[in-house]
Write a protein that binds this ligand. Structure first.
Ligand SMILES: [Zn+2]
Length: 204
């Protein structure tokens, strides 16, 4: 282990992988099911029972946590998080409101540098909440990328995150972009699922 390796990269990777990591990123914590449920309950009580009404008061970190709550509950990228009914029932209405709030703030509050450690950490945290990421390989070129299964088309190891550029791309479904595009793909997918399951006469 050499001293210039940022400690936060150790939080994301196993020790032997950490020395491949040359791109510093803020170590945002992993989203666990418990953490997501706890946050949803907190928001429900803080907003007087109306989640959408609570959105303007949320920090950007809170908005991203809610984004993961919504997408996970809709079953994007794996095992769904189950929520209290009072919360789950509001998600079809909260999802467009959340999208509007993120757009209103233009995904700001992430630090000034779009390829800086804050943005990189947030993208790794967000993508990592839906697919486990691992370095692409050991060569110089491969060490600049993390790869995993795509949560939108389920293409195994098709999704790659470019660490220097702080962007992602799926070679299966050709979706790509930065943090904003990943957030919007999650919300679009979640909304389709939530509206379908809320529709009267829905069969399965
Ligand atoms: Zn894909």
């Amino acid at each position: 282990m050499i001293s210039w390796i940022p400690t936060d990269s150790v939080a994301l990777l196993a020790a032997e992988e950490a020395e491949w990591m040359e791109w510093p990123s803020v170590p945002f914590p992993e989203y666990t099911h418990d953490r997501l449920r706890e946050f949803a309950h907190y928001l429900l009580s803080a907003s007087g029972g109306d989640l959408s009404a609570g959105l303007p008061a949320l920090s950007s970190s809170g908005l991203y946590t809610l984004l993961v709550v919504v997408a996970r509950t809709a079953g994007v990228g794996g095992e769904p998080t189950t929520l209290d009914r009072r919360i789950a029932a509001q998600l079809p209405a909260v999802t467009p409101a959340l999208l509007a709030e993120l757009r209103r703030r233009d995904y700001r509050g992430l630090g000034d540098d779009p390829t800086g450690p804050v943005h990189r950490g947030r993208l790794l945290q967000l993508v990592g909440a839906f697919t486990p990421l691992a370095p692409l390989g050991a060569t110089f070129h491969q060490r600049q990328k993390m790869s995993g299964a795509c949560p939108f088309c389920s293409g195994a190891e098709m999704l790659q995150v470019s660490l220097p550029a702080v962007t992602w791309r799926c070679f299966g479904c050709d979706r790509s972009g930065g943090l904003r595009e990943f957030a919007e793909c999650l919300l679009t997918r979640a909304l389709q699922v939530l509206e379908r399951s809320a529709a009267p006469g829905h069969l399965s």
